[in-house]
Design a binder for this molecule. Sequence first.
Ligand code: SAH
Length: 470
Amino acid sequence: MLLTISTTYTPATELGYLLHKNPAKSQAFELSFGRAHMFYPEVSEQKCTAALLLEVDPVGMVRGQRRFRDGLLDQYVNDRPFVASSFLSVAIAKVLGTALGGRCKDRPELVKKPLPLTAKISVLPCRKGESFLEDIFEPLGYTVKAKQHPLDENFPEWGESPYYTVELSQDITLSSLLTHLYVLVPVFDHHKHYYVGRAEMENLLAKGTGWLATHPQREAITYRFLKHAPSFARQALAQLAQDQEPAADDADETAVTPEDELETPLRLNDQRLGAVLAGLKAGGAQRVLDLGCGDGKLLRLLMKEKQFTQIFGMDVSIRSLEVAQDKLRLDRLPRHQQDRVRLLHGSLMYRDKRLEGFDAAAVVEVIEHLDPPRLKAFERVLFEFARPNTIVLTTPNREYNVLFANLKEEALRHGDHRFEWTRAEFQAWAESMANSYGYAVRFLPVGSEDAAYGAPTQMAIFSLLNSGEN
Ligand code: SAH
């Protein structure tokens, strides 16, 4: 397994100082799973390349310590010697620890300086395909070049292997590059050769400082980095969410979000949930969905109603689902109740069979969080595929915003809102949904109504026409 790091910074030989490894020397380091070699295949003022070569001893691992045993590693013939995996992270930490930590006595000014760097990983397993490589590295600013390798060049009909040669380039500090490799290389691999526990979670949070919390793939990264330890992954994600600015979708009940602050005098949230509950009950629904359930306030109300025999909450935010799980004490419910209430992780942007066959769905203060270009996808997921008999949907009434004393002109009620509709806009949208998908729709104001601007929340109740046929 080979990792090279090149720079075209001039003089490029400064790389040797930053890595604390002399370009003129080749060095070897004994590690618990084999040996690491450090050398420079290319050294000039214009370009310098450092190589970290790992010799992983698969036979020694199988014969040796039990702790290396897991699935693949029980066999003498495995891919460990040539793929980049958690072994590489360990080698980076052991052999290049000072550079990883961003320390360099000789060149302190270069440590913080973004340099033109390219890392090349000779073989990285990526069973999810090239787009996953891009999803992981591009948000961090890398230009990604990937070359997939065939399973066997002599038998092209066998097709492609899951192995890629990957090149990552950008102007970045060496310690950030090494940190990204340390965390992200094992994310692509199925195996981790050591025990994953609390220390590893803390390690991830420390190494992820400043970039992981805002990475769009933070959930995938966290779950994959902390393999075999989903409870630590959940804790890590909770911690990451806390490190960020509170957003509506992951604020807990006690945290005051701007939206809450604005709306408190009205107790608007309670009125809204009361109105939604009434809408769901009136339709006679038994099996209900709460789409974008957040931390579960509506679910709590639904659980109190015997009428509802099956209650599913769905949200894209794992953090919110965890808060809901805790608040609703779902793990402490009697058995029959446990089957009645379920939390689903999913996105309303994708067709989801789990959402089919329900009598009613609530979509409370969710659509304004969706990007307008993606609204179409959501519309089909809800009205065409999930297609419950009744849909109760709420969203802010933008006209009412002028009456919020502490809201700036033209501002939206929450930083994460992508839009807020006037009554006319909402009604036009809802009517076009009803016409396109065969529903009747009626509108109800929620909260105290102003003569000129209407009520703070607008609600639409859709009823499927000819529901017998569906
Ligand atoms: N319905 C809740 C939460 C409203 S906040 C309540 O009234 O209290 C909006 C919620 O929509 C957040 O929990 C957010 O995570 C969720 N959400 C945003 N985009 C989503 C998507 N694409 N799929 C599912 N849920 C989504």
